[in-house]
Design a binder for this molecule. Sequence first.
Ligand code: ADP
Ligand code: MG
Length: 313
Amino acid sequence: ATPTAVMVATGVGANNGVLIKGGDSLERAQMVKYVIFDKTGTLTQAKATVTVAKVFGGMDRGDFLTLVASAEASSEHPLAKAILQYARHFHFFDESSPTSDTKSASEDYKSGWLYDVSDFSALPGRGIQCFIDGRRILVGNRKLLEENGINISTEVENFVVELEESAKTGILVAYDDILIGVLGIADPLKREAAVVIEGLQKMGVIPVMVTGDNWRTARAVAKEVGIQDVRAEVMPAGKADVVRSFQKDGSIVAMVGDGINDSPALAAADVGMAIGAGTDVAIEAANYVLMRDNLEDVITAIDLSKKTFFRIR
Ligand code: ADP
Ligand code: MG
């Protein structure tokens, strides 16, 4: 392709909300064999919503939710925002109210209903830890609680499995080293996701899903969207290793992601595609930015590359 053809393609891309950084990535996109999708915020809408909160061990429901919300108020994670919103509604209205307000976590502090928290730490791929009244609170996945020696009863385990099998993420909460409750969080797939996966398969491209979420939830989501190859419980640093494992036989690999977690993988991929609504770090690490936040543009990008480089092959 001539420089002019590349310029034209870049312009056509831009008109469709596909920003292409450089002719090299435009050329590589036509040769992509694997497209690896991040789950949360890429295949899903990043509209995590708490669908159920179950107290174990008899703590008052309002106290339980206020404890969890206080702990999550310092977290930037999408799951944390969903939990805060749910707890806020329980506190100010009741849990059956529609969730419509958009107050931020910092405003919650001002309103004074949350407890003071000390020694907050985010544990990547696991959850969070902090202290309230000198007692430790852990909020996160099974792995986080197990690593900290928290006993998970069969009753709790069965409840979490039930959530996961219906594609929800189960978040466990321990206070003073005792399990006090579980939250179920749902994040719907993007409307176009399944159609795009099918389209890629028809083009001979193999879709893959990678996530930090647990295996059972990951498999349930992958099944819904039509992806066979799933990598779950991947620590943030591990996503780039997954990309490299697919590159080993010389295959050209595209990565599609939105989070800070995804940026090493976006950089490692032959073609990194960031969701425009995603974090700045991801956008910086990528070769393509999909401004419309629509997965159909993954196909648009590959097609554009094919059209531009067709003649010289
Ligand atoms: P993803 O690849 O799906 O974006 P992350 O690596 O961000 O996953 O998180 C992996 C898992 O760690 C989550 O599914 C959740 O179980 C747990 N986790 C991470 N951050 C939090 C948090 N702030 N509160 C509760 N759980 C969390
Ligand atoms: Mg994500």
